[in-house]
Design a protein around this ligand. Sequence first.
Ligand SMILES: [Zn+2]
Length: 78
Amino acid sequence: MNFVGAAGVDVKIVMIRCPYRGQSVSTGIEVEESTFAGLPDTLILSRCPLCGLEHVWWKTEAWLEPIRYDNDSQASTD
Ligand SMILES: [Zn+2]
């Protein structure tokens, strides 16, 4: 195991797939991996930064990714 150490908890960003664009998008929800894993499977509502609509998704549909602090929206990977 790899512990984060004094910096604190290992916080990730919750990702979902936009049903309209078919791309993975950030929900803006930041959560500890252990906390997320402990959540029951439930419906969650969040606004999509891609299409601007609100999507309802199950917790089991979401996944965690490391938080990226860079803001380059120009990096387009098809
Ligand atoms: Zn969307």
